[in-house]
Write a protein that binds this ligand. Structure first.
Ligand SMILES: C[S@@+](CC[C@H](N)C(=O)[O-])C[C@H]1O[C@@H](n2cnc3c(N)ncnc32)[C@H](O)[C@@H]1O
Length: 346
């Protein structure tokens, strides 16, 4: 699939106005309220290094932020991914977090996440660089009918995360995301000769003497164990201060951080076009990357600004929230000037 050049900045009118007035901006990023389908058209071709997002999931039950029926969902999501291909740099990556789901009133899984994967590769020319599984040990059992009541299905505790690219060799460096060596490996590294003899394993795998070298950390697996148990973050404190419900489907910040570190360099551009509470933007800012966020719900994006405050001063938080949410008419964007927020204390 080729880009037809329609994704370039230019045309005037109300959208251009929105583009010139993000709801807020920080030193490295800009957050826009609006439909990603429209806003994506304002990004220049091949301008983004990493697109990382989590769409509204195709769940049975209508979630607060709205979901399409599973049948329509695949086409709907694919209409965005073709535009993403145009704005992504040639060596860029697109990381898509897609939760699984059951079919309506049946203990049978929907195949929508696999259909999306296959159609993106077959019809739009994406490569699947690697699949990741995000294991959230704190995930609650669901659906209650099959798991808790009838006890015929186990707890679904992983999300599939597809890492897509435009070429076979997107920019990537796993040495930036090495993990702590296991205790056993640390002991081995302290005394290689005593604990380790290079030899062929029964599998035929040749473990050479390099195995005992200290590379500064272990290579991470594609199973990312990251609990989603945030309970007293600055974001949550600020939401409580203004009496607004936090976003119901937030990433733990470590999740976007992992991919941003592995797939980009400082100064690169990261986009989340279903930004929600803008965890991706906050992770990018923290790691010194530029970022852009699109979110259709003004309230979600307004509260996301809390992530960039340095502390939860109730008076400041209230004033900021009122400023970002006031006057919800179609002309609202004209009322707001981007607000230069303080950076997170790191
Ligand atoms: C799963 S949530 C993302 C949560 C986010 N990863 C976080 O950490 O907060 C998906 C978001 O996409 C937003 N959304 C749905 N359709 C959209 C559209 N057409 N354009 C922009 N945002 C949209 C929803 O309002 C919702 O906040």
């Amino acid at each position: 699939m080729e880009c037809d050049g329609k994704l370039d900045m230019g045309s005037g009118g109300i959208l251009m106005d929105i583009w010139n007035k993000p709801l807020y901006e920080t030193r490295l990023g800009k957050a826009y309220v609006g439909d990603a389908r429209d806003l994506l058209k304002y990004l220049p071709s091949e301008s983004v290094d990493l697109v990382l997002t989590s769409p509204p999931f195709a769940l049975q039950r209508q979630k607060e932020y709205g979901n399409l029926e599973q049948g329509e969902y695949v086409d709907w999501l694919l209409s965005f991914t073709s535009d993403i291909r145009c704005i992504l740099k040639k060596n860029g990556s697109f990381v898509l977090d897609l939760g699984g789901a059951y079919q309506k009133e049946r203990p049978v899984r929907s195949l929508h996440n696999y259909r999306i994967l296959i159609r993106m590769c077959d019809e739009q020319g994406w490569r699947l660089a690697e699949e990741f599984f995000w294991f959230n040990p704190a995930k609650l059992p669901s659906p209650i009918e099959w798991v808790n009541k009838r006890k015929i299905r186990v707890k679904d505790a992983v999300n599939t995360i597809w890492w897509f690219s435009k070429t076979d060799f997107p920019k990537a460096d796993i040495t930036k995301v090495l993990t702590l060596y296991s205790e056993r490996m640390q002991v081995l590294l302290q005394n290689r000769e005593k604990f380790y003899k290079p030899k062929k394993r029964p599998s035929g795998h040749d473990i050479s003497s390099h195995f005992g070298e200290n590379n500064g950390g272990a290579i991470p697996p594609n199973l990312l164990q990251i609990p989603n148990t945030e309970s007293n973050s600055l974001y949550l404190q600020c939401c409580r201060a203004v009496g607004v419900k936090p976003h119901p489907a937030r990433f733990p910040q470590r999740l976007p951080e992992f991919f941003i570190e592995m797939l980009t360099d400082r100064g690169d551009m990261v986009l989340d076009f279903f930004a929600g509470s803008n965890t991706t933007g906050a992770a990018a800012e923290y790691l010194g990357r530029k970022w852009i966020a699109f979110e259709i719900e003004r309230t979600y994006l307004a509260t996301s600004a809390f992530r960039f405050l340095s502390r939860a001063d109730e008076r400041v938080v209230r004033a900021l929230y009122e400023k970002l949410t006031s006057n919800e008419t179609t002309e609202t964007h004209k009322m707001h000037r981007p607000i230069q927020l303080q950076l997170i204390d790191v």
